[in-house]
Design a protein. Structure first.
Length: 226
């Protein structure tokens, strides 16, 4: 779904009522679950997060709506402590800064935890958020260098833990911003789609069908149904 076209604008923050309704009907997690696939969101949530939403101080993200649309359980901090989830910053530093008593995880450990989840599901969604946060000038250049380094190393560990003959890693984003920190807004630069697989069929299938972000969901759904 080309959401911007359908709702008549480009949203720069969390989903409004119209976009939330689209996600409730068309999210990739819901589509795949209804097609008989085992799906999950790997992100760990905290009770604090849901309390902030309940109090109107925070709004649900698109990925949160996607999990709710599929009517699957949220992974919580208890799951994180048992290595059955990954927090949105990979290392748990944000949680620790909030006073949560949890260990800091290495990039390698979190990558292993994520791939353990992947191996037990047909489709796993994981969202990393700090690039968006710092791309909106809510951090320093040092912060940006750190998180980009984290993503590079985390991705490397994911690949090392994956069986790329039959597991596919797809990395994408909904917009650019971190590559141009002269302003707070989203950029209009093309967003890269990065696919890791050792199977040429999978690579060609996705590459042939994805030309924009609106193509990502239907291409993945079609591939899994092949």
């Amino acid at each position: 779904i080309n959401a911007s076209k359908l709702i008549g604008m480009h949203l720069t923050a969390t989903p409004n009522t119209k976009l939330a309704a689209i996600l409730k009907e068309k999210s990739i997690l819901k589509q795949l679950k209804e097609a008989g696939f085992k799906v999950t969101g790997a992100n760990a949530y905290s009770e604090r997060y849901f309390k902030l939403v309940e109090d109107g101080e925070l709004a649900h993200s698109a990925s949160t709506y996607a999990i709710m649309a599929a009517d699957i359980p949220f992974r919580m901090l208890d799951d994180l402590e048992k290595n059955n989830a990954v927090f949105m910053d990979i290392t748990n530093d944000t949680l620790i800064s909030y006073g949560v008593k949890i260990k800091k995880y290495s990039l390698k450990r979190s990558a292993k935890n994520l791939m353990k989840i992947v191996k037990n599901h047909d489709f796993t969604l994981y969202e990393y958020f700090l690039t968006d946060l710092y791309g909106h000038k809510r951090g320093t250049i040092k912060d940006i260098h750190r998180v980009l380094s984290h993503i590079n190393k985390f991705t490397e560990y994911l690949i090392k833990n994956a069986n790329l003959e039959n597991e596919i890693i797809v990395i994408s984003s909904d917009h650019g911003n971190i590559e141009d920190i002269s302003h707070k807004s989203h950029t209009r630069n093309p967003v890269p789609l990065i696919i890791f697989s050792k199977e040429k069929f999978y690579l060609d299938f996705l590459n042939d069908r994805i030309n924009s972000i609106a193509d990502v969901t239907p291409a993945i759904v079609e591939l899994l149904k092949e």
